[in-house]
Ligand binder design. Structure first.
Ligand code: 6PG
Length: 471
């Protein structure tokens, strides 16, 4: 009467995944360590709160939990990323046998996952780092799951992860073996940085509608609903519509939320990795910076008194501007997805991970936070081109949107509205499509003050030159 699968860590995500898997008539064991100073047994309480789940056994004693699992044991950790994962693994491993599988389903940093994979390989434990996206609702009803690490371990846990996962529009699970070591967590990290950019782009577009065009929130919700129908459908826009309708005591709840954005780190990690690999990451980096700026509320308040606020006035006719805004938003989304997938391409090539971008897009078409009609289109696009902006469909689309994005950014900046993601997207785009850039001047300057040498476009690229600039 042993359980087929174990889940450790009964926070929001762990609990939701456990109920999700138990709904598929799978016998599972759940564990939460006993929290000092509380009477309550956290795992057992889930059974009390959810009567009828007779296929779930709950534990707060690690040895009993491990003994309740059929071998080879399959254990999924759903605990906060960071040292807690190492601590839990350290306690767990002495109780396991070679051939058992551990899946870390938290938002761990992929380099930690690389390290843990090597460590556990030495001990014969099959280790996977799996990105799990979709928040609480996703975990409960079907997330997108991005596992990387031991291939052998993947084969053992795949049937269970498959039962948990969301289904794509063809009915295939939003689950795929991503690649070795930390590849799964890496891909989830990139997912989150696209998520940051997508959220910030919507926030910028909303803000312009609300304070530049002076449209009321319910009108903005209606416009977004319209966009959802116009091939722009995406989950983050969908939830934004709900947010724009949410009233408390008759007034908009959104207006009472403090404008300081928090973050747990995954967006910033991606920016660090983009820098490490020399990959342009403009819009996605700006989305992180926008959260950083927002967090400095005290300084912003002082400065806004000193500088006066933006010309928060509607000066433009709404309708034509809204059309341009829609195009700007569409362009920004394509451009930011290009940056995210380009980072994956570079890191995949350097690490020989052999990431399959069409398949990654496919498992992101449902369950995850950045699911969208665009993502569905990317499934086919990445079968034909590794670089989104070089695909003919993207070229056609971006040619059509480019002027509108530039116009919107220009108007926004002139009227004092920050649009960091929209503006860096157009800069990234223009930079990427420029055959002749100003970087020759940078090279000349470097050579001038530092004798850093330069290559010439009219000579063999293998040869470098230095000029005595003052002579
Ligand atoms: C997801 C989310 C999820 C979580 C992030 C948000 O894919 O389900 O990305 O992992 O919401 O941790 O991160 P921030 O707190 O940094 O916004």
């Amino acid at each position: 009467n042993l359980s087929a699968f174990g889940i450790m860590g009964m926070g929001v995500m762990g609990k939701s995944l456990a109920l999700n898997l138990a709904d598929t008539q799978t016998k599972i064991s759940i564990f939460n360590r006993h929290v000092e100073g509380t009477e309550e047994k956290i795992a057992e309480k889930i059974l009390v709160d959810n009567p009828g789940y007779t296929d779930i056994k709950a534990y707060d004693d690690l040895q009993s939990f491990v003994s309740s699992l059929a071998t080879p044991r399959k254990i999924m950790l759903m605990i906060p990323a960071g040292p807690a994962v190492d601590e839990q693994i350290e306690l767990l491993v002495p109780l396991l046998d070679a051939g058992d599988v551990i899946v870390d389903g938290g938002n761990s940093f992929f380099k930690d996952t690389n390290r843990r994979a090597r460590l556990l390989e030495e001990k014969g434990i099959l280790f996977l780092g799996a990105g799990v996206s979709g928040g609480e609702e996703g975990a409960r009803r079907g997330p997108s799951i991005m596992p990387g690490g031991s291939r052998e371990g993947y084969e053992l846990v795949a049937p269970y992860l498959e039962k948990m996962a969301a289904k794509d529009y063809r009915g295939k699970p939003c689950l795929s073996y991503i690649g070795p070591e930390g590849a799964g967590h890496f891909v989830k990290m990139v997912h989150n940085s696209i998520e940051y950019a997508e959220m910030q782009a919507i926030a910028e577009v909303y803000f312009l509608m609300r304070y530049y065009l002076e449209l009321p929130a319910d009108r903005i919700a209606a416009i977004f609903e319209n966009w959802m129908g116009a091939n722009l459908s995406n989950y983050l826009l969908e939830i934004t519509i709900d947010i724009l309708k949410k009233k408390e005591d008759g007034s908009l709840l959104l207006d009472k939320i403090l404008d300081q954005a928090a973050q747990k780190g995954t967006g910033g990690w991606s920016v660090n990795i983009a820098l490490e690999y020399g990959v342009p990451y403009s819009g996605l980096a700006e989305a992180v910076m926008a959260r950083n700026i927002s967090s400095k509320k005290a300084v912003r308040m002082i400065a806004s008194g000193m500088y006066g606020s933006a010309q928060l006035t509607g000066i433009e006719e709404a309708e034509p501007f809204l059309d341009k805004l829609q195009a700007a938003y569409q362009a920004t989304r394509i451009i930011n997805h290009d940056a995210g997938f380009s980072l994956m391409l570079e890191v995949s090539e350097k690490n020989n991970w052999n990431l399959n971008f069409s398949e990654i897009a496919r498992i992101w078409t449902n369950g995850c936070i950045i699911r969208s009609v665009l993502m569905e289109e990317l499934v086919d696009i990445f079968k034909e081109s590794n670089r989104l902006i070089l695909h003919h469909e993207a070229v056609d689309a971006l040619k059509g949107y480019q002027n509108d994005l530039s116009y919107v950014v220009g108007q926004a900046l002139q009227h004092g509205f920050p649009v960091p993601v929209l503006s860096s997207s157009i800069n990234y785009f223009l930079g990427c499509i420029t055959g002749h850039s100003a970087a020759n001047l940078i090279q000349a300057q470097r050579d001038y003050f530092g004798a850093h040498r330069y290559q010439r476009s009219d000579k063999d690229p293998g040869v470098s030159f230095h000029t005595r600039w003052k002579e």
